[in-house]
Design a protein around this ligand. Structure first.
Ligand code: ADP
Length: 301
């Protein structure tokens, strides 16, 4: 069965997902093949059943982007929202480890992927498709675009209030594909206090502006050290970089999160920090940051 007839079997030629008169998925565009039209219609029909899509970005790797994405998804799920978490970090997916889902395989009927349930969060990651976690994925841009499109279009996300998307650092193929295909409602940008990280955050903000993705705000992670003995936060690196960028670039500052050994430990052991260390000062900082991001999102049309 070829792709076109496969899609045709699953979707009516007129998409009935929503009743919007001006929905772009209703009509085939000039110069669009029937196959491309049905493909786009399927993607839009999936996306229109998702209330808000929030992409988590960073300029550099290792700054805590996946950690923020996981805890954001968990906080929303714990608030009673229907939540999906999509990990499009094709070269270094860490979400399966952070959720204790290493070795998990994806199932689902032919042509559809069923996201994995992780404590009330529907999760999909490229990590679920790698036979061996040591294998390197060596793909060029169009391959990455195709896979991200499949994750959005062929996954049985169902009705969701939020889809949180963990994108790899930088402004390359993956975040570009996410922004073009999922059209996120907002971006949370994670940085660390140092100047070298700050320079790249500016690029992430510029990237969002170019792609018309509203910036919900900047988070400064690893800002000070939360002592596990006395509970106090000690500044060990110069902090305030996140706030300064936010002020300079005219975007909201969402808050600072200290370095906390419990945060690193929970990431490595597959336990969600907010669910296991919810009483800590670091958890309060993380929750404050998440509340600020959701408030920003709620204030948008
Ligand atoms: P990124 O997605 O930006 O590459 P990760 O979220 O994977 O970064 O975090 C990198 C490492 O740092 C992980 O081991 C994670 O558990 C740890 N980490 C993130 N934030 C903190 C923090 N505030 N305190 C301690 N460890 C952290």
């Amino acid at each position: 069965m070829n792709m076109a007839s496969d899609h045709q079997a699953k979707l009516p030629s007129e998409c009935g997902t929503c009743g919007k008169e001006d929905c772009q998925a209703k009509n085939r565009q000039p110069q669009e093949s029937q196959e491309d039209f049905l493909d786009r219609q399927k993607l839009e029909s999936r996306m229109c059943r998702i209330g808000r899509k929030i992409v988590v970005l960073s300029g550099k790797g290792g700054v805590g982007k996946s950690t923020v994405a996981v805890n954001l998804a968990a906080a929303l799920a714990d608030a009673g929202k229907r939540v999906g978490l999509l990990d499009v970090d094709i070269h270094g997916p860490s979400i399966p480890t952070m959720l204790g889902l290493e070795g998990t395989q994806i199932t689902g009927p032919e042509g559809e992927m069923t996201p994995v349930d992780a404590g009330g969060i529907k999760v999909l990651s490229i990590g679920f498709f790698l036979e061996n976690p040591d294998h390197a994925v060596v793909w060029r841009g169009p391959m990455k675009y195709g896979v991200i499109k499949q994750f959005l279009k062929d996954a049985a996300w169902g009705e969701l209030d939020y889809l949180v998307i963990d994108s790899p650092p930088g402004t390359g193929d993956e975040p570009l594909s996410v922004c073009q295909l999922a059209k996120p409602d907002g971006a949370v940008i994670v940085t660390t206090p140092q100047k070298v990280a700050a320079v790249d955050v500016r690029k992430s903000i510029t990237f969002c502006r170019l792609l018309e993705v509203p910036v919900l705000g900047v988070v400064e992670n690893m800002s000070g050290f939360a002592c596990p003995h006395c509970g106090q936060v000690t500044p060990i690196l110069r902090s305030g970089g996140g706030r300064k960028i936010s002020d300079d670039m005219g975007v909201p500052f969402l808050g600072s999160i200290p370095i906390d050994p419990a945060m690193a430990e929970s990431g490595d052991s597959g336990r969600i920090f907010l669910r296991h260390f919810g009483e800590s000062l670091t958890a309060k900082a993380m929750e404050g940051m998440i509340r600020a991001a959701i408030r920003m999102d709620d204030s948008r049309p």
